[in-house]
Design a binder for this molecule. Structure first.
Ligand SMILES: [Zn+2]
Length: 305
């Protein structure tokens, strides 16, 4: 069976997530590794952190593909010391093990299928189109975020429970803004930080927005302006489904070429939040106490094992 090189695999992955789709501020592509080296194992992960680099080395992966860049801004050193020394450690560990690192970030967000398609699939939503269409795509499927429909209406509480079940488990779970009993039929999703997209979400006229990293002011202002309701998950959790989608895409490519290549998906939870303390203080007099939506089942199908 033919064994591809790093550059053979990158050529195929670049076709899936064209680097020219990336934002101008982004840092996508090969970070380290010999393009001529052979690749027998590929590991997909969201974050290029030391825990994930160690997993790649343990697995004997020749290529680590992450969604987030290792170095987003310029650096003058990859020394494994100082506050950003963990990044240097990742570089050293991978190079010493002969493993390459490739980043597919906003190019994977915009691609068809992209990060938000994987998020929609994890929550069992039917995608009807991009939230912010890429005007250069004649097929009208590329772009940021996705607008989706539910196969049958749910209450906001039921929808949130479905998202909690479909996304991998994190310490913080989900935060919900809106009437839990209100009906939900249409959903906008955006993997990763979505609070710059409120205008587009409102223009799409959807009932609920599922994303991550929502901050107080944008979220509060969006709720005061009316629909949509908000469901806020961990950033990592909204992007992790892309790893499985990406691995399946590379498996298909590998089968087509008859490559001797194995793909793996990291189940390391790299969400920085490690615990959740529910409020136990009494609600102020006259205020409604915050609600809780049914705890997700203990063995969520999307949960990393
Ligand atoms: Zn992200």
């Amino acid at each position: 069976m033919p064994v591809p090189t790093v550059s053979d695999v990158i050529a195929e992955l670049d076709a899936l997530w064209p680097p020219e789709l990336a934002e101008s501020w982004d840092a996508v592509g090969l970070v380290c590794g010999d393009p001529a080296a052979e690749v027998r194992r590929v590991l997909f992960a969201v974050d290029p952190v030391p825990e994930v680099a160690a997993e790649a080395v343990r697995l004997g992966a020749d290529l680590l593909v992450t969604h987030h860049p290792l170095y987003l801004r310029g650096t003058t050193s990859v020394a494994p010391v100082g506050p950003a020394g963990f990044k240097g450690r990742v570089v050293h560990e991978l190079i010493q093990a002969g493993a390459a690192l490739l980043v597919a970030h906003t190019n994977a967000d915009r691609a068809d299928p992209g990060v938000s398609d994987a998020l929609a699939a994890a929550v069992d939503l039917r995608v009807t189109g991009p939230l912010v269409p890429d005007t250069t795509d004649p097929a009208g499927r590329r772009g940021l975020g996705r607008v989706c429909e539910l196969d049958a209406p749910l209450t906001l509480a039921e929808f949130a429970a479905r998202a909690a079940h479909g996304l991998p488990r994190t310490a913080g779970g989900l935060r919900i803004a809106g009437d839990p009993e209100a009906p939900v039929r249409t959903v906008a999703v955006c993997g990763g930080s979505g609070d710059s997209l409120f205008a587009e979400v409102r223009a799409a006229g959807v009932d609920v927005f599922l994303t991550a990293d929502l901050r107080h002011h944008p979220a509060a202002e969006a709720r005061e302006a009316g629909p949509p309701f908000l469901v806020d998950a961990a950033h990592w959790a909204t992007e992790w489904p892309w790893c499985e989608q990406a691995a399946a895409q590379l498996d298909e490519i590998s089968d087509r070429h008859g490559w001797a290549l194995r793909t793996h998906v990291s189940h390391a939870v790299t969400d920085p939040w490690t615990a959740h303390a529910p409020s136990t203080s009494p609600a102020p007099a006259g205020s409604s106490s915050p609600g809780a939506i049914g705890a997700p089942p203990s063995s969520s199908p999307g949960a990393p094992r």
